[in-house]
Design a protein around this ligand. Structure first.
Ligand code: ATP
Ligand code: PRP
Length: 215
């Protein structure tokens, strides 16, 4: 899993599933962290690298956002549990003064800056809009402000980053949450070890959802 919000939201789920993790552990530079279960270690990778580690079996399990999984393609991965953490939505956003409705008429051409190039390509292809895709790795919100792109495709949660940069959400592509991913071969060869863990995690997710205060 990745450091930051995914780690912070997964640790309580692991605790509820009976696996203790020292939350302070990520303050160190260690990339392999022990847990209270001697048979389970956590490896810390970039969020967008999680599916790759699991696909190749370097990790049996992973926690990754649906945004990252869609972009990766999900080859070799089984996605058994929606962990209901890392909640956000994948959106198209533009400057407040940009006429998006006019820009996405069928046959038009749009410059799109995003980390999610394949997902964005598919989204606009389905609408019949030609796109010039500009791959970025962060701070996407800057692109429309400095004339690099007409729109961005990025995840939005509270909307405060968009507001702070005078951008508006012009289209929602999909809701996003983090999923547990499992290497398909590991699930077969280590079923006795992995299946009880999966069912404990599933119960932990259900218990957390049941105790959540409705918004
Ligand atoms: P990388 O390090 O590969 O560039 P990242 O910086 O996007 O990835 P995080 O910011 O930790 O990594 O995001 C991890 C996941 O959390 C994302 O893939 C997405 O599913 C979700 N996410 C991203 N931003 C938010 C947000 N503002 N609120 C809630 N969830 C988010
Ligand atoms: C994510 C995303 C947006 C922001 C949206 O960035 O790329 O910039 O969160 O959240 P908001 O709607 O609540 O403002 P993140 O905080 O992960 O920064 P990074 O992509 O630079 O790591």
């Amino acid at each position: 899993m990745s450091k930051g919000r995914i780690f912070d939201d997964t640790v309580p789920l692991l605790a509820a599933a009976g696996i203790a993790v020292d939350p302070e552990a990520t303050r160190s530079r260690k990339l392999i962290l022990p847990t209270g279960d001697p048979g389970l270690r956590l490896i810390i990778v970039r969020a967008s690298d999680v599916p790759t580690y699991v696909q190749y079996g370097a990790a049996d399990l992973g926690v990754a956002g649906k945004d990252v999984l869609l972009e990766h393609g999900g080859d070799g991965l089984y996605q058994p549990i929606d962990l209901r953490i890392g909640l956000c939505r994948l959106c198209v956003a533009a400057r407040e003064d940009f006429d998006y409705a006019q820009a996405v008429r069928r046959g038009a051409r749009l410059r799109v800056a995003t980390k999610y190039v394949d997902t964005a390509r598919q989204h606009f292809a389905a609408k019949g809009v030609h796109v010039d895709l500009i791959k970025l790795y962060g701070s996407m919100e800057l692109a429309p402000l400095v004339g690099l792109a007409d729109v961005i495709v990025d995840v939005v949660s509270t909307g405060s980053t968009l507001r702070a940069n005078h951008l508006v959400e012009v289209e929602e592509i999909m809701n996003i949450s983090a999923r547990l991913v499992v290497n398909q071969a590991s699930l077969k060869t280590r079923a006795a070890r992995l299946e009880p863990l999966l069912s404990r995690l599933e119960q932990a997710v259900a218990a957390q959802a049941a105790s959540a205060v409705p918004s």
